[in-house]
Design a binder for this molecule. Structure first.
Ligand code: NAD
Length: 306
């Protein structure tokens, strides 16, 4: 079975499910979506439209592509419809019992060669598959939010996932405009979140030391590594800097870097004060309209680059 005529199923139409379904539909796939919450299901059309409008605004697609994509998204109130999908992406909440219950129900319905992919943020594949009979057809496809702006999908095998399932998953992710990166095996946080939180730990450590404010740390990042990392990753950067030089720097600098989890207290203090970030209007920053508008403008520039 190849993916050419695959029907893509998406279970769970929250933040991630809608973004994933829109990507699949935009790239020509009939996409069937299901959610247990009728209101969430009813909001799929308008939310997909908003994503497609953002792509039109950024000059990435035209209105004909938008219309075509919207006609390819079908919402269904019952899970049974997933029997006609060849590739299912699960995007329900990060609650193990919920995911297990869903997989049990899907096991009874799925066609024999259907792939079941989870968008889990962190559960190891072998923990997710406990109730799954066809463990060889299970894989993790970890999208980032929002999929029309951040192309990465980490494709992570379980211990029984077959090479063919991995290859088909990678091929489908490419076909829907994503950039799949296949991992050799599962590790907590996969790769992307480990890198993100390693940087955040040191950013918090710097603030804790009093050497720089959050704003100064952010400015350093945006004017340096933020630019470089869009072109070369940390290993390319090390090769370009000279590995001998990097040994010298790492030898005296790495012992200075944070290794503790106490830095989380800096986040906890904000949360305990009711400052959870953009959602509450304040966090490390006061999120006034001008600040939000500046980020939106940057987001538009990024989407227009594709
Ligand atoms: P969400 O809460 O926005 O959406 C989850 C949806 O699943 C809801 O609409 C809910 O009604 C529905 N749902 C619950 N139980 C269901 C069931 N049994 N059958 C069908 N639908 C069901 O969550 P989200 O942020 O979209 O996250 C979904 C998954 O993606 C989680 O595993 C999360 O860890 C992962 N993820 C999230 C992000 C992110 O930035 N939010 C990024 C990557 C991965």
């Amino acid at each position: 079975m190849n993916n050419d005529k695959a029907v893509v199923g998406v279970v769970g139409t929250g933040l991630m499910g809608v973004g994933i379904a829109t990507q699949a539909a935009l790239h020509g796939y009939r996409t069937i979506v299901h959610d247990v919450d009728a209101a969430r299901l009813a909001s799929v059309g308008p939310k997909a439209e908003a994503v497609l409008d953002e792509l039109i605004d950024a000059g990435r697609i035209d209105s004909a592509a938008k219309t075509a994509a919207l006609t390819r998204v079908e919402t269904h109130a019952t899970l049974d419809v997933m029997a006609s999908a060849q590739f299912i992406i699960e995007a329900i909440p990060e609650v193990l019992a919920l995911k297990h219950r869903l997989y049990e129900a899907l096991d009874a319905l799925l066609a024999p060669d259907t792939i079941l992919a989870s968008n889990t943020s962190g559960f190891p594949p072998d923990v997710l598959t406990t109730p799954v009979r066809a463990k060889e057809r299970f894989v993790i496809a970890h999208f980032w939010n929002p999929p029309h702006m951040i192309p990465l999908v980490e494709v992570v095998p379980g211990s029984e996932t077959t090479p063919d399932v991995l290859a088909r998953t990678v091929a489908l992710m490419s076909a829907i405009g994503m950039e799949p990166v296949e991992l050799q095996k599962a590790i907590p946080g996969f790769v992307g979140n480990r890198l993100q939180f390693a940087v955040l730990r040191e950013a918090l450590n710097i603030v804790r030391s009093g050497a720089a404010t959050p704003d100064e740390v952010d400015r350093v990042m945006k004017a340096s590594l933020g630019r470089r990392w869009g072109i070369v990753g940390p290993f390319e950067g090390a090769d370009m800097g000279g590995l001998d030089t990097f040994v010298d720097i790492a030898s005296h600098l790495m012992p200075e870097l944070a290794k503790d989890e106490d830095v989380i207290d800096l986040l906890r203090a904000q949360v305990n004060a009711g400052r959870v970030g953009v959602r509450s209007g304040t966090g490390f920053y006061d999120w006034d309209e001008a600040h939000v508008a500046r980020v939106k403008e940057g987001r538009k520039r990024l989407i227009s680059r594709g």
